[in-house]
Design a binder for this molecule. Structure first.
Ligand code: C5P
Ligand code: MG
Length: 287
């Protein structure tokens, strides 16, 4: 199989033969049977750039134009408590789940208190260090050119992530987003978050709540899934009569500790890889 990107040193696979079989099956079935489901933070966006960590959607909001110094400190304290829990291999999902709900709930309550202004979002996204991964344009454009639907399924903030992809010029009509959206009052100030909270461990429930989306895509039984957390593995749980799924996982942080569990869960694990090259290599083969 001619996908040179799979020979890169960042690529690890539990079963290379199986990966090749899945890709061949998808290639035979063609792009009209394909859909792509991707996480956003640290999957479509970079984890680090020039040795510095890149922000998540929530971290982008950490800007003095939007929030007070005190709120900034509180959000940072929350991050210091909960991020190590999120990425702790020693704890089960059952143990982490209520703590993750706690993190999101507390952070969203703080943001609401700040009455964030809708019309400043574009500016703070522009000022932020958020960056889509190397090769993102080829990825988004290829999917659009071949009419392949891309679902971005994020526990981040929908308004922020849409702005990131809009400013990058890749918010094409084939892109659909499931995420946490802000609810603004008449004056354009944040008053709540809409709908059911999406956190990193309830993407399965989020998928099932959006049954209509997957019903529309019933003929697209082959799925390319991209994620960076083990919680991202359930993003395709709403897909109808799934034929083949290829799961690509970015292993960005705590690489040595988490490698084994990632290799068990994802078909392809990308170790400290800041590019979309592997996904692109596969897409060029199957579309
Ligand atoms: O798009 P994705 O589903 O990856 O978004 C979730 C990410 O947002 C998590 O990996 C988590 O670390 C991050 N997060 C954050 N601040 C919060 C809550 C979550 O940076 N308050
Ligand atoms: Mg993520």
């Amino acid at each position: 199989m001619q996908i040179p990107e799979l020979a890169r040193p960042s690529v690890c696979m539990r079963d290379r033969g199986r990966v090749e079989e899945i890709i061949q099956a998808m290639q035979r079935a063609g792009p009209s049977t394909l859909q792509v489901i991707s996480d956003f933070d640290m999957t479509l966006t970079r984890f680090s750039y020039n040795g510095k960590r890149c922000p998540t959607c929530h971290n982008i909001l950490d800007n003095r134009k939007l929030i007070s110094e005190e709120c900034k400190q509180k959000l940072k304290d929350l991050l210091n408590v909960y991020y190590p829990i999120e990425s702790d291999v020693g704890r089960s999902v059952e143990e982490k789940l209520p703590l993750m709900v706690e993190w999101w709930t507390k952070a969203h309550a703080l943001l609401v208190q700040q009455k964030i202004q809708k019309d400043l979002l574009a500016l703070v996204v522009r000022e932020s260090d958020a960056r889509l991964r190397e090769g993102y344009r080829a990825f988004f454009d290829r999917l659009q050119d071949h009419d392949v639907p891309l679902l971005i399924f994020s526990a981040g903030v929908g308004d922020v992530l849409e702005e990131v992809i809009r400013q990058a010029g890749v918010f094409h009509p084939n892109v659909k987003v499931f995420s946490n959206y802000m609810d603004f009052d008449e004056s354009g100030a944040l008053r709540a978050f809409k709908g059911e909270l999406i956190h990193i461990y309830n993407k399965r429930e989020g998928a099932l709540l959006n049954a209509a989306h997957f019903r529309e895509l019933w003929a697209r039984r082959n799925v390319l899934l991209l994620g960076d957390s083990l919680g991202d593995l359930t993003m395709a749980d709403g897909v109808h009569s799934l034929a083949n799924i290829l799961k690509i996982g970015y292993l960005n942080d705590k690489v040595e500790e988490r490698k084994e569990s990632y290799l068990r869960a994802y078909d392809i694990v990308l170790e400290r890889d800041e590019t979309m090259d592997v996904a692109n290599g596969i897409l060029w083969h199957i579309t």
